[in-house]
Design a binder for this molecule. Structure first.
Ligand SMILES: NC(=O)c1ccc[n+]([C@@H]2O[C@H](COP(=O)([O-])OP(=O)(O)OC[C@H]3O[C@@H](n4cnc5c(N)ncnc54)[C@H](O)[C@@H]3O)[C@@H](O)[C@H]2O)c1
Length: 296
């Protein structure tokens, strides 16, 4: 028997289009009752209408699934609370949350405005924080929860023109890293997806047509579904695109112990050893990295 979501209640934010739509439809197909949230905005976050969320709800219902629409902005504290409230009102609880809603305001750091920086951070980072904060007590109280953060290679590695977006997307990894620890005892697992998909968000990036057509959102969704399942690990980042899936991790080099009196020239002399990634380690929490420096 394969993985299913029968009896589970799922929220997918930004599910009126692109990846979120696909996640919502597949969760519903596999038995979840789904709250389809979407502000219905343009890629740059302007405008809004609940029509996008409603259309996906109709699609799910037509296929025999259960879903309701919510048109709130995740970046609005009260709006974010209504997403979870609607799930509880309609379906009694929330088991799964996919924080997916997102916008772009791409510009080089020199040309970008702080207003754009704040807006992008509000939607991606604080939007995920607000909805997660509303769902967190419910999941902790009942001893079950699966949360997926949507990060990006732009945050994990950088991308020219995306300082605001990259900062917000990497901050979601920081959020996941602590929530995975705080949720562990209550069976609340928190993971992240780094998708690569052909959506309206990526259609003007100049990706060559032959690659673009292979980047089907439907090929990201199975990895998200796994992270939403009972079998989900916790604290895992999965990059997914065009049918290729890989773990992404932060690693720390063994490093070099240079003693009690260290000069800038000592650092310069040891920089190759400091940066040598042979035998690099992955840590589960910050304290482990602190302990390493004393055991070296
Ligand atoms: N497509 C990719 O290759 C890619 C790569 C890395 C990360 N991502 C991330 O994946 C997620 C989905 O992106 P997509 O490519 O499907 O884009 P998309 O533009 O097709 O979908 C994003 C959806 O989020 C909604 N939205 C925007 N602001 C909102 C808000 N404040 N509240 C609620 N809904 C809001 C939009 O209306 C839209 O329907 C985003 O977080 C994006 O940053 C996408």
């Amino acid at each position: 028997m394969g993985i299913d979501f029968k009896g589970k209640v799922a929220i997918v934010t930004g599910a009126g289009a692109g990846l979120g739509r696909c996640h919502a439809i597949e969760l519903a197909k596999l038995g979840a009752k789904v709250v389809v949230n979407d502000l219905g905005s343009a890629v740059d976050g302007s405008g809004g209408s609940s029509a996008a969320a409603q259309a996906v709800v109709e699609e799910i219902k037509k296929a025999g699934g259960e879903a309701i629409a919510n048109g709130a902005s995740v970046a609005d504290r009260r709006g974010a609370e209504t997403i979870v409230e609607d799930a509880v009102k309609a379906f009694g609880t929330v088991d799964i949350l996919v924080n997916n809603a997102g916008i772009l305001r791409d510009k080089s750091f020199v040309k970008g405005t702080l207003d754009d920086f704040e807006l992008v951070t509000n939607v991606h980072l604080l939007g995920s924080v607000y909805v997660t904060k509303a769902a967190w007590p419910i999941m902790n109280d009942k001893g079950y929860g699966r949360i997926v953060m949507t990060t990006s290679s732009s945050g994990l590695y950088g991308n020219f023109g995306q300082a605001n977006y990259g900062a917000a997307k990497m901050a979601l990894v920081g959020l996941m890293n602590t929530l995975k620890l705080e949720g562990e005892r209550k069976n609340v697992r928190v993971n992240a997806i780094a998708p690569i998909a052909a959506t309206r968000m990526t259609e003007n990036l100049g990706i060559p047509e032959e690659f673009f057509k292979k980047l089907k959102p439907e090929l990201v969704t199975p990895a998200v579904l796994f992270l939403c399942s009972e079998q989900a690990p916790t604290g895992l980042i999965v990059e997914a695109g065009a049918g290729h899936y890989s773990k992404v991790a932060l690693l720390e080099a063994k490093g070099a112990k240079l003693g009690d009196n260290v000069t800038v020239d000592d650092i310069a002399g040891a920089i190759d050893r400091i940066c040598d990634m042979t035998g690099a380690q992955e840590f589960r929490q910050g304290g482990e990295a602190s302990m390493k420096i004393f055991s070296a």
